[in-house]
Design a binder for this molecule. Structure first.
Ligand code: KIV
Ligand code: ZN
Length: 399
């Protein structure tokens, strides 16, 4: 694979689905999986089969129907988990088992209550077991970024020696900064003697709002798989957002010259489908897919966009599957946008009419947040039903 190619590993159906409010039933998971295939993700993590029989069934169905991406199933470093995951993905054209164990002392001592030696043994046993089911095994060191680097190097070297082909080092609690992540991966990849035998992967959570920045920093340090989700959904504050990572590589190819197989025009439809399936709305100002990502209300911005879109837009809405930019009519809007919007609904206004409609539109916008097309038509009708100012002056004051 070319060195500039990024493997897009989508975990919307696993890390995303396990967040409160985002659970989906099996038919819903299948619908989303089909859309993720259309989007062009390379690896689709379909679920955590040991978690429930429904989860196992969903992974099985995705594995038997979806043939484009590699289908991955998550498993702790436990025999039962690996067996269950191996069974669930066995129908896949290309199957991956993704096995993980926490490696930080905090997690080992306080959560798992095992020693570093026990942890290493679990890696040996379970990566070996997973390789019995498939040649494509990913190993994740949970809480890697808070793990003692010397111990982490030992774990990674062991996982690769036992057959892991992808090594994922998650920033599980979203604690790192981009500089730290870049240094972290450079250090580990540089120190592990068999690092060239595996693809390194990054999996960043967004607790400090740095997941995408951290993911890109990890790529700079040599990671060639990025783990992400649609709309950035996932545990707590979420995971790195797939649409943001992909569009950074398109819009800023001058700085981030990496390629993906993502069909960017499917980004917005995929985001919308996830919203429809989970009834969880995307925040209005979310980059790429939020309602306001291509909407302009301020008069100066509207004027600029009407004259040349590039004044306030760094990508074309159509490139991410959004039909067109919108000029929102509100109290900050100007006459240019009002005129344009009237033209879009088939109304040509004289100069005088434009002034009157503008005054009424601003009055209405003071009372309600935005002025919709139906409001605008009603204003136009009202203004046109009024006598013109010339006629009022000719009639003189009423008695
Ligand atoms: O955040 C995390 O560490 C994970 C692992 C299971 C990959 O989701
Ligand atoms: Zn995670």
């Amino acid at each position: 694979m070319a060195d500039d190619r990024l493997i897009i590993f989508d975990t919307t159906l696993r890390d995303g689905e396990q967040a409160p409010g985002f659970s989906m039933n099996t038919p819903e998971k299948l619908r989303l999986a089909r859309q993720l295939q259309t989007l062009g993700v390379d690896v689709l993590e379909a679920g955590f089969p040991i978690a429930s029989s429904d989860d196992a069934e969903a992974v099985r169905l995705v594995a038997s129907e979806i043939t484009g991406p590699v289908i991955a199933a998550l498993a702790r470093c436990h025999r039962a988990d690996i067996e269950c995951a191996g069974e669930a993905v066995k129908a896949a054209k290309r199957a991956r088992i993704h096995t993980f164990i926490a490696t930080s002392d905090l997690h080992l001592e306080r959560k798992l209550r095992i020693s570093r030696e026990d942890c290493l043994q679990a890696v040996v046993d379970n990566v070996t077991l997973a390789r019995g089911y498939t040649d494509d095994v990913e190993f994740s060191a949970e809480d890697a970024t808070r793990t003692d680097p010397d111990f982490l190097c030992q774990v990674v070297e062991t996982a690769i020696a036992r057959g892991a082909t992808t090594i994922n080092l998650p920033d599980t609690v979203g604690y790192c900064t981009p500089e730290e992540i870049e240094h972290f991966f450079t250090d580990i990849i540089g120190r592990v003697p068999n690092a060239d035998k595996a693809v390194f992967s990054t999996h960043c959570h967004d607790d400090l709002g740095l997941a995408v920045a951290n993911t890109l920093a990890a790529v700079r340090a040599g990671c060639r798989q990025v783990e992400c989700t649609i709309n950035g959904v996932g545990e707590r504050a979420g995971n790195a957002s797939l649409e943001e990572i992909v569009m950074v590589t398109r819009v800023r190819a001058d700085l981030m010259p990496y390629t993906t197989h993502i069909e960017t025009t499917a980004l917005f439809p995929t985001s919308q489908l996830l919203t429809e399936l989970t009834s969880e709305p995307v925040q209005a100002n979310k980059a790429i897919v939020g309602r306001n990502a291509f909407a302009h209300e301020a008069g100066i911005h509207q004027d600029g966009v009407i004259k040349d879109r590039r004044t306030y837009e760094i990508m074309r809405p159509a490139d991410v599957g959004v039909a067109q930019s919108t000029l929102v009519l509100g109290k900050h809007s100007g006459r240019h946008a009002l005129k344009k919007r009237c033209e879009q609904i088939g109304v040509e206004l004289s100069r005088l009419e434009l002034d009157r409609v503008y005054r009424e539109m601003i009055n209405l916008a003071d009372k309600q947040k935005t002025v919709e097309d139906t409001d605008l038509s009603a204003i136009v009708d009202r203004v046109r039903a009024q006598p013109s100012e010339g006629a009022i002056q000719a009639a003189g004051p009423r008695a």
